[in-house]
Design a protein around this ligand. Structure first.
Ligand SMILES: [Fe+2]
Ligand SMILES: [Fe+2]
Length: 371
């Protein structure tokens, strides 16, 4: 059954119809089809994520549901494991540091009030991005949270559907993996050409982008992405990569602040998703029997009996909280001289100064961690 109800005509025969055009865009994400390819333009959602690691064959579509008007006989695994003659498996190259359950449960949405003009610009850009994402995801008025507290309020009149969640998560995660790679790359090049140490920033930034890519891969194991969505991701990456590249060259401080605000949104998004799973609002994901992708179990080393969708979202949310705390803190530091406090060893007697990004959403001021 199509997500947006019966198909709508988008020909603007009257002003009323024209006014409804905007609201029709998002449902169309689910309804446009690729003629001849046999899969929907946006995505299909799986009841059970792909578990097969050894097969090149598409997974059978037992229990899958399509949000298109074309019947789906199969849900294709977008990146099936590549079988080779000698290699058994390729584990994650960057081991996840892990969290305690207390740390994950203690994460809350937070907002760092802008203090400088640069902060304000970064915050406003993120507000615009949030509006655009809500629009593109087809979020109705009744699905909005209290917009007076958009980064901390998580309760809405009506939950998002799982398909809306996946469109949102896949698109956002494909964007979120960009800034860390750009920042790490530019600092790497800076170190090479200036013949100077970087003091630990590069690895943290690259690890952030690696972690975001893992979020994306996990989400894409739960859906089949169509050509329309792929085109949106391609276009967004082209624009966003260049924008972040230029902005990091001009002002790394404002860019870190921008990412800090973006990560506030990510923590908010996953907290709301967690709330809707716990409320039982999402039929598949609220079910403790829903099988999360194997790639997630391996990456976060999720314990037996702790592998529900709720457990998975707790891990991802904690990662986002780390990105939020790290970027807000880095945005407060001297971009050229200061070492990265998150990977530094502290002098004896000052060990308590070592920051814990996961717990401090608004980040640390420079005098708290550098002195
Ligand atoms: Fe993420
Ligand atoms: Fe993030």
């Amino acid at each position: 059954m199509p997500l947006g109800g019966p198909s709508r005509t988008i020909c603007c025969g009257s002003p009323k119809q024209a006014a409804r055009l905007g609201r029709s865009v998002a449902p169309l994400l689910y309804q446009i089809h690729t003629v001849g390819l046999g899969y929907p333009a946006a995505l299909r959602v799986a009841d059970i994520a792909h578990q097969s690691v050894a097969s090149h064959q598409p997974s059978p579509a037992i229990g899958t549901r399509t949000f298109s008007t074309t019947n789906a006989n199969r849900l294709r695994d977008v990146f099936p494991a590549k079988e080779t003659t000698y290699i058994r498996k390729t584990p994650p190259a960057w081991a996840h540091p892990g969290y305690t359950e207390e740390e994950m449960l203690a994460v809350t949405p937070a907002h760092r009030p802008p203090k400088t003009v640069g902060d304000w610009v970064a915050w406003k850009l993120v507000r615009i991005a949030r509006w655009a994402t809500d629009f593109a995801t087809g979020i109705g008025r009744d699905q909005q949270v209290d917009m007076k507290n958009p980064t901390t309020a998580v309760v809405a009149q009506k939950p998002l559907t799982e398909a809306q969640w996946l469109v949102r998560l896949i698109f956002l995660e494909s964007i979120a993996g960009v800034p860390g790679m750009v920042g790490g790359m530019l600092r790497h090049l800076h170190s090479l050409r200036r013949l100077k140490r970087d003091n630990g920033w590069i690895e943290t930034l690259l690890e952030e982008s690696y972690n975001e890519r893992m979020h994306l891969l996990v989400c894409t194991k739960m859906a089949e992405i169509g050509w329309f969505m792929k085109t949106m991701i391609l276009g967004a990456q082209g624009v966003f990569f260049n924008a972040v590249f230029l902005s990091y060259l001009i002002s790394p401080k404002i860019t870190h602040r921008f990412v800090g605000y973006l990560e506030e949104e990510a923590v908010h998004t996953y907290t709301r998703l967690l709330h809707e799973i716990e409320q039982g609002d999402l039929p598949r994901w609220s079910d403790p029997k829903f099988q999360i992708p194997e790639i997630a179990v391996t990456y976060w080393r999720m314990a037996e009996g702790k592998r529900t969708m709720r457990d998975l979202i707790l891990y991802i949310r904690a990662d986002e909280a780390v990105h939020r705390g790290v970027n807000h803190t880095l945005g407060n530091l001297d971009q050229v001289e200061d070492p990265n406090p998150f990977v530094s060893e502290y002098k004896s007697g000052a060990e308590q100064r070592k920051p814990s990004a996961v717990l401090k959403g608004i980040g640390y001021e420079r005098d708290e961690v550098i002195g």
